[in-house]
Design a protein around this ligand. Structure first.
Ligand SMILES: [Zn+2]
Length: 253
């Protein structure tokens, strides 16, 4: 399987230790769909901001949620109600600006179940702010004074991750978080502890997917990407994408 053009969000297939999974397990295999592949804070008429959908038999998992995520989901034929979890690589707006729409439209559509949100330190504060922003419309509802109102905060469950955190996203899909080099804070310092940019390895029944997020050169990423069967998907010719600006060295490995 080859992934479609992940320039901004280099997702690479790597061999899995579970390569000989039985056929009944393979039926539960997940698929990865890139929803947005532009990088940086400048809007683009032809490409949406970073977002991906990992489709499992337990629902869809969004991996980053840049502006335009909901529209891209619709284009991909994935109902918003099918989204069960969101994984954020880091908290720059081009990776998170679509989350407000995901939360608000789920709320407005009375989507059942809590949305699980995973991300680096600061994710809880980000989501708490979004929940506050939802309250006026949530209280107004559809103008029925007798309508029962649900607290938007009751519709989410946030988990902040640390280096090496392992999460069972579904019974068949696990995820491991590791730090990339998008941020250049001195290791172990206060800023490094406070602000982290993660990449993720998703372990599926028969293979794994490494999602680098935005990163500069990173031995950790290279180690996980070793043996990738689609290294040609990467685009090493450019150095101006990601959340970088002119003084930042961020690029995609
Ligand atoms: Zn960034």
């Amino acid at each position: 399987m080859r992934l479609p053009l992940p320039l901004v969000v280099a997702a690479m297939m790597v061999p899995s230790a579970l390569h000989s999974a039985p056929a009944e397990t393979a039926k539960a295999e997940a698929n990865w769909i890139t929803l947005g592949t532009i990088g940086g804070p400048v809007a683009n008429a032809h490409r949406s901001q970073p977002a991906n959908a990992l489709l499992t038999d337990q629902g869809a998992i969004l991996v980053d949620a840049g502006d335009g995520t909901v529209e891209q989901l619709a284009k991909a034929g994935i109902p918003l109600a099918r989204v069960r979890a969101v994984v954020l690589s880091h908290l720059h707006w081009d990776h998170t600006a679509g989350l407000q729409a995901v939360l608000g439209l789920r709320y407005q559509a009375d989507t059942p179940g809590k949305l699980r949100i995973y991300g680096p330190p600061g994710t809880a504060a980000l989501v708490a702010g979004l929940i506050v922003s939802m309250k006026p419309a949530a209280e107004a509802g559809y103008g029925d004074p007798n309508a029962a109102h649900v607290d938007p905060g009751d519709m989410v469950e946030v988990t902040e991750l640390a280096e090496g955190s392992k999460v069972a996203l579904t019974p068949a899909v696990t995820m491991v978080a590791a730090q990339n080099t998008h941020y250049g804070f001195p290791a172990g310092g206060e800023l490094d502890r406070k602000f982290k940019s993660f990449f993720y390895r998703f372990q599926l029944p028969s293979r794994s997917i490494v999602y680098t997020g935005n990163t500069g050169p990173s031995p950790a990423v290279e180690q996980l990407a070793h043996g990738a069967d689609s290294p040609g998907e990467r685009d090493d010719r450019r150095s101006d994408y990601g959340c970088s600006h002119s003084t930042q060295r961020a690029r995609h490995a």
